[in-house]
Design a protein around this ligand. Sequence first.
Ligand code: C5P
Length: 239
Amino acid sequence: VHKEGLLYEGKAKKVYTTGDPKRLWVEYKDDATAFNGEKKGTIRGKGRLNNLISAALFTYLTRQGVANHFERLLSDHEQLVRQVSILPVEVVVRNMAAGSMAKRLGLEEGRKLSRPVVEFYYKKDELGDPLINEDHIDVLGLARPEQVGQMKSVALKVNRLLSRYFAERDLILVDFKLEFGLTAEGQLLLADEISPDTCRLWDSQTQEKLDKDRFRRDLGGVLEAYQEILNRVGGEQNV
Ligand code: C5P
C-alpha cells in the first residue's frame, strides 16, 4: 500500500487514503490535548508509543474474536486500518469512579463500582462531548438502537478481556473510551485507538497513574508512563 492524500487530521492522528478504498493509513502524532482542546502540548515519542500499544491491544482483541479496524503496523508510528465511517458516539466503560464520573456524582476517585458502568457521549467538539443516553442517540439519529445494543455488548466484552489482560500485567483498567465505525457493507467495527490516551491505567501495586492523567494533571513523566505500558503489553517486538 502507498500513502495518498490527507483525509482527516484530528487531535492525535492524521488519516490518509491509500488508493484502496477499503484501507486507510493512520499516523499517530505527538500532540496531546485535554479538556476539549483547552490544554495543548507536544510529547515527543507519544505517537510511536500509542501506535505500538494500540496495535498490541487490537491484535489481542482480534485473537479474542472482537471485530476491529486494525490490520497491521506500517512503521513505529503508523498503522493500516479498515476504512469505516466513525459513529459520533463515544462509549466509555468504567470499573472505578474517576475523572468526570467522580466529579459529576461526587464520588471518591478509585472507588470500586459494584459492576461496570457504560456511558455514551455525543462526539461534538462545539458542545464539549456531552453525556447522552440511548434515547438521545436514537432521537438525534446518531446510531440505530440495535447498533447501540451491539456497541454496549462489545464494550462490556472488551472490558472483561482487557481488565484480565491488564491485571496479568499488574495494571488496573479503571476506565476507557471506545469508538465504533461502519464499513461500506454496514458491519460495525471497533475502531479508533486504545492507548494510555484513552484508558485510565493504574499500577496494581502502587496505584501510580500510567495514563493521560499525568498530562491532564501536570504530574510529569508522561512518556515514561506510556513506555512502561508498552513494556508491559509486549514491548517493541511488534514493529
Ligand atoms: O473524562 P472521563 O472521566 O469522562 O473519561 C473517561 C475515560 O474515557 C478515560 O479513560 C478517558 O481517558 C477516556 N476519554 C477519551 N476521550 C474523550 C473522553 C474520555 O479517551 N474524549
